[in-house]
Design a protein around this ligand. Sequence first.
Ligand SMILES: [Zn+2]
Length: 308
Amino acid sequence: MTIRIKGDLGTEKEIFDILVQVARCDPLLTTGRYYADWKVNYAGSKPAAAAAAMLHDLCNNDWSIVIFGYPSDANCPDGTPIISIGGGTAVGRDIELYFDAYDAFYQGYIVDGAQGGTISIPPPVLMVHELSHVYHTVHTMAGKTQMDEEIQAIVVENAFRGQVGLPARKSDSHWGAPGVPSRPSPPFPYCIAPYQGWNCGCHIATAAIGAPSARSIVEFQRAVKEFETWTVGETPLLRPLLDAYQLFGPLVAADVRADPVLRADMLRDVVRPAHQLLRVVRVCLDTPPEDPRVAAEIAHAVTTYRVA
Ligand SMILES: [Zn+2]
């Protein structure tokens, strides 16, 4: 076995999307069902970038690594609230990596910056840090202390920060907490996966709302991923909408980013209604159609939508 994402926590898509960012949308990183879990595959030869190379190594060895993506209010198996650590590792039957899949309720985590003050540690950066702990558990650092391992994790983390243009973390401070950084740093440059997978290309929504980690973007991405294959009879319901969106998304998004008035219009007229539609579909899917009136109501709404 290699890396598995725990499949019964409801966060597997979030975790895989974070790994996609670590690999900078390398299409050779894929996932597939493995019993109740998801196995992470990283095909091809070792990538050049250090963080991706580390992920590639962990996906292609004999160790059993399991990533537990927790909601921000959950506790790790030993009772530690995940929000008090953001991420952590433990060695048991498997090598376990615990991770807050929702970035401290989307507030974000902060750490000490190399230039003083605090800086943000976006989920992909935190993931690189924790993967480095796993990596150094697998490739034993003979004769090294716990502090050496922490310093090494920050070396790897800072290499990734350099790769994506984020400020460096203080090399000897392992402190971290939820919060707002005292030093504003550029947003994490989320890449768009060039393939159909869990990483939807939510171009317009991202440009209109701002930071891709905003709550509505995360919800929006999750909804798109869930519903893009949803069909009634033979009709893929949202596919035509998504096709158009993928086609025009990047072009329109560039204009939206540059024009604040257009940005406000898009947010009001396109993004929020689309988000609302997806939410309605979600509620419908969650409602068991035991009541024939509700079922009829949904069927009518679906027909109206298809006609439109
Ligand atoms: Zn650490």
